[in-house]
Ligand binder design. Structure first.
Ligand code: HPA
Length: 270
């Protein structure tokens, strides 16, 4: 993979548009969570389509963008929207957005997503920090990568230090933050009840269609990473569990208040 030039080209496009190099923290905002970026001061906003190597096109009628600016006193880069495996079958669709962070000093990366819950304590509307993941998709964004660097250790992939800080920030902001193991399903169809029973047997607490490839890429490129799931629904077939895209989007949007408070406390203390 000629990775580095692709990262340099993407970074150059951002620098060209005013991203001046200092980034304290980067975020990926998942389905329905884009409003978190509204509180940024003086943001520069760039469509994914203008950045070489970024996934283009729209999701649910919204252009995907990157915003750079100040949030609660810190310089942040916020990806509003992401590329998903289910769009094109490319598990490495987020390789350039993640890998180019190294050109900006490898800031910590906080990934957010909407997820279904398999655990009674993780209720719709609530949030959970991801402790670990299960990937049985048979897909990995590093397939085709070369050299010893592709054999990435995945112990503590979800950075323990960042997880502690997020837990502290949740306590400080009065938001409840549960925790759980996230299992990646390719989507775009939701899981069957039998698949959810399997996931539960295997130790999953949360299911979703993103994040896992980005975590693998982040570890490949030396970026510390954490994941926050906004629980939008009970997983398919469990009592009350009949997920739909509309519900996912609406519950996620309603849960942004807690996420905003969490990130305010997290950034203030960074
Ligand atoms: N399954 C997969 N992805 C999801 C779900 C779900 O139940 N909820 C939100 N994203």
């Amino acid at each position: 993979m000629a990775a580095d030039q692709a990262f340099d080209r993407a970074a150059a496009a951002l620098i060209d548009r005013g991203v001046d190099g200092a980034i304290d923290c980067a975020f990926v905002l998942g389905t329905g969570l884009g409003r978190i970026a509204d509180e940024m001061l003086g943001p520069v906003t760039i469509p994914f389509a203008d950045i070489p190597g970024f996934p283009d096109g729209e999701v649910s009628g919204h252009a995907r963008t990157v915003s750079y600016g100040t949030l609660h006193g810190r310089k942040v880069l916020i990806f509003q929207g992401r590329g998903h495996y289910y769009e094109t079958g490319d598990a490495a669709v987020m390789r350039v957005p993640v890998g180019m962070l190294a050109a900006f000093g490898s800031p910590p990366l906080i990934l957010t997503n909407a997820a279904g819950s398999l655990k009674a304590e993780l209720r719709p509307g609530g949030m959970a920090v991801i402790t670990d993941h299960i990937n049985l998709n048979g897909r990995n964004p590093l397939i085709g990568d070369t050299g010893d660097g592709r054999f990435v250790p995945m112990i503590d992939a979800y950075d323990p230090h960042l997880r502690t800080r997020l837990k502290k920030a949740a306590a400080a902001s009065g938001a409840h933050l549960g925790e759980g193991v996230y299992m990646w399903f390719s989507g775009p169809s939701f899981e069957t009840p039998a698949e959810i029973r399997m996931a539960r047997t295997l130790g999953a607490d949360l299911v979703g269609m993103s994040t896992v490839p980005e975590v693998i890429l982040a570890r490949r490129y030396g970026i510390r990473v954490a994941g926050i799931s906004v629980v939008t629904n009970v997983a398919a077939g469990l009592p009350g569990g009949a997920p739909s895209h509309g519900e996912t989007r609406d519950v996620a949007a309603a849960a942004t208040t807690g996420l905003r408070r969490l990130f305010r406390a997290f950034l203030t203390d960074l």
